[in-house]
Write a protein that binds this ligand. Structure first.
Ligand code: 5AD
Ligand code: SF4
Length: 450
C-alpha cells in the first residue's frame, strides 16, 4: 500500500450509521488501487456519493449535489483530467441505472451490498473510456502470465488468439493488469497458423487468458478451430485456458466431431463449495460444472480433464474444502494445478473477512495434491496396453530414445530413430509413471519370445 496515494478519492456519506460503515469499507477496498481520501471534491479523481433514500428530499439532495459535481468534472476534463463519479448506497439500490439517465455525468452505480465490487466497476468504467487502471498490483507471473510464445524450432507451437479477462474472479489480478478481453482477428491467426504449418509445425496450442471467450468479429473459438483444422499439416489443435461459463455448445460439439481437436481440456473450477464459488465470483456452481463435464464427455467420452484449484480462499471452512475433494472425486482429473490462496492487494478477496491460516492452507493443499496425484497416476496407468498416436517432438535423454506426446498431453518415451520426429506414430503403451508413459512403436515388428 502506498503512503502517498496518487489518486484522490472524495467520498460523501448521507444518512445512517450503515452508510458510514460502508463508506469506510469502500475506502478500504479502494486504497490498494491507489486512492487516498481528500475532503474536497474539486479536482478529485473519484467521487463517491454514498446515498440515503429514506425521504424524497434526501434523494433530491443527491441529484442537486450531482449537478455541482458534474461542473467540477467538466472543469477537470477541460484541464485534461478525468473525474469518475460513482453513486453508492440506497438511492443506487432503489433507482439503479436510472440515475445515469437523469445525470449523465455519473459513471457507475453500486448498491449497498456491492461495495466490494467497486474495484471491478471502476476498472470497467476506466476501460470503457479506453484507459488502463494503473493499479498498485504486484505482477506475479505464477498467476497472471500466459506461457511465453515458444519460438518455432520444433513441431509444436503456441499461438496467442486472445488476451485479457472480464470475469473479475475476486482473487485475481488479471482483469486489472491485463485489461479486458480482446481477440485477434481470425485472418491473422489463420495466416500465422499456415506459416507455422509450412515450417513443419504439426500441433498448435491456441492461447488466451480466457481462450474460449474468443470472439473474432462474431466468430467463436469453435469456428476458429474448424477453420484451422483445414490447414494441411496441422494435425493437432489444443487451446488453453478456458472458463466454464464460456464453454459454448458449438465448442463441445467440435470436440465430438473434429479429430484434430485433442481430447484434453484445461477447465479451471477453483473450488467445490458453492459458497466459496460465489465469493470467488465464478458464476458457476459445483453442480453446473459437473453437468458441463458430463456434456463434454458425452461428445468426447475419452476427454482428459485438467483443472486449477485454490485452497484456503477467505471463508473456506473444513466442510467447504471437503466439497472440493468431493468434486475432484466425482470428475476425475488427468492433471491439475493447485494453489494456496494468495492475498493480492487490490483484489476484493484480499479485503474479505475469514482469511485462512497458512498452516491450514498447506495441510489442505497436501491433501488435495495427494488425491490429484492418485488420479493422475490412475489415468496414466489406464493407458497401459493401449495403442496411442504419439506426435514425436525430440530426442530423449537416452541414446536411441525419442519423446513425444499422446493426445491426452502425456509425455511418451519410446525407442526409435530421430527421423520419426515430427511424425505421428502409433505407440503401444507398456508402462506408466506419474508424469509420463513409455511404450514401443506399434508397427515395428515385436519379437515374440515363447
Ligand atoms: N491465489 C491463488 N491462486 C490464484 N490463481 C490466480 N490468482 C490466485 C491467487 N490470488 C490461480 C487460479 C488460476 C490460475 C492461473 O492461478 O487457480 O486459475
Ligand atoms: Fe483471473 Fe481466470 Fe478469473 Fe479471469 S477467469 S479473473 S484470468 S482466474
Amino acid at each position: 500500500m502506498s503512503e502517498t496515494p496518487q489518486k484522490r478519492l472524495y467520498i460523501k456519506t448521507y444518512g445512517c450509521q450503515m452508510n458510514v460503515y460502508d463508506s469506510e469499507r469502500m475506502t478500504d477496498v479502494l486504497r490498494p488501487l491507489g486512492y487516498g481520501v481528500v475532503d474536497d471534491p474539486e479536482g478529485a479523481d473519484l467521487v463517491v456519493l454514498n446515498t440515503c433514500h429514506i425521504r424524497e428530499k434526501a434523494t433530491e439532495k443527491v441529484y442537486s449535489e450531482l449537478g455541482q459535481i458534474k461542473l467540477m468534472k467538466d472543469r477537470k476534463a477541460q484541464a485534461g483530467g478525468k473525474m469518475t463519479i460513482a453513486v453508492a448506497g440506497c438511492v443506487a439500490q432503489a433507482e439503479g441505472q436510472e440515475i445515469m439517465t437523469r445525470q449523465r455525468a455519473v459513471d457507475l452505480v453500486v448498491g449497498p451490498q456491492a461495495y466490494h465490487q467497486l474495484p471491478e466497476l471502476i476498472a470497467r468504467a476506466h476501460r470503457a473510456s479506453g484507459e488502463r487502471l494503473a493499479a498498485d498490483f504486484a505482477a506475479d507471473e505464477k498467476f497472471d502470465a500466459l506461457p511465453a510464445e515458444r519460438k518455432v524450432d520444433g513441431v509444436t507451437a503456441f499461438l496467442t488468439v486472445q488476451e485479457g479477462c472480464d470475469k473479475f474472479c475476486t482473487f485475481c489480478v488479471v482483469p486489472y493488469t491485463r485489461g479486458g478481453e480482446w481477440s485477434r482477428p481470425p485472418e491473422a491467426i489463420e495466416d500465422e497458423a499456415r506459416r507455422l504449418a509450412d515450417q513443419g509445425v504439426r500441433e498448435v496450442t491456441l492461447l488466451g487468458q480466457n481462450v474460449n471467450a474468443y470472439d473474432g468479429g462474431g466468430l467463436t473459438l469453435a469456428k476458429l478451430v474448424r477453420r484451422l483444422a483445414k490447414i494441411t499439416g496441422l494435425d493437432r489443435i489444443r487451446y488453453t485456458t478456458s472458463h466454464p461459463r464460456d464453454m459454448g455448445e458449438d465448442l463441445i460439439e467440435a470436440h465430438g466431431e473434429l479429430p484434430q481437436l485433442m481430447p484434453y481440456l484445461h477447465l479451471p473450477v477453483q473450488a467445490g463449495s458453492d459458497k466459496i464459488l460465489k465469493a470467488m465470483n465464478r458464476d458457476h456452481t459445483a453442480e453446473s460444472y459437473v453437468k458441463l463435464i458430463e456434456r463434454i464427455r458425452t461428445a468426447r467420452p475419452d476427454i482428459a480433464m485438467s483443472g486449477d484449484f485454490i485452497v484456503g480462499f477467505p471463508g473456506e471452512r473444513d466442510g467447504d474444502f471437503e466439497k472440493t475433494l468431493d468434486l475432484v472425486r466425482e470428475v476425475g482429473f488427468a492433471s491439475a494445478f493447485s494453489f494456496k490462496y494468495s492475498r493480492r492487494p487490490g483484489t476484493p478477496a484480499s479485503a474479505m473477512p475469514g482469511q485462512v491460516d497458512e498452516a491450514v492452507k498447506s495441510e489442505r493443499l497436501d491433501r488435495l495434491n495427494q488425491l490429484l496425484d492418485e488420479q493422475q497416476r490412475a489415468f496414466n496407468a489406464s493407458q497401459v496396453g493401449k495403442t496411442l498416436p504419439v506426435l514425436f517432438e525430440k530426442a530423449g535423454r537416452h541414446p536411441g530414445q525419442i519423446v513425444g506426446r499422446s493426445p491426452y498431453l502425456q509425455a511418451v518415451h519410446a525407442s526409435g530413430g530421430e527421423h520419426l520426429i515430427g511424425t505421428i506414430v502409433p505407440v503401444r503403451i507398456e508402462s506408466a509413471a506419474k508424469m509420463s508413459l513409455a511404450g514401443v512403436l506399434a508397427n515395428e515388428p515385436v519379437l515374440e519370445t515363447a
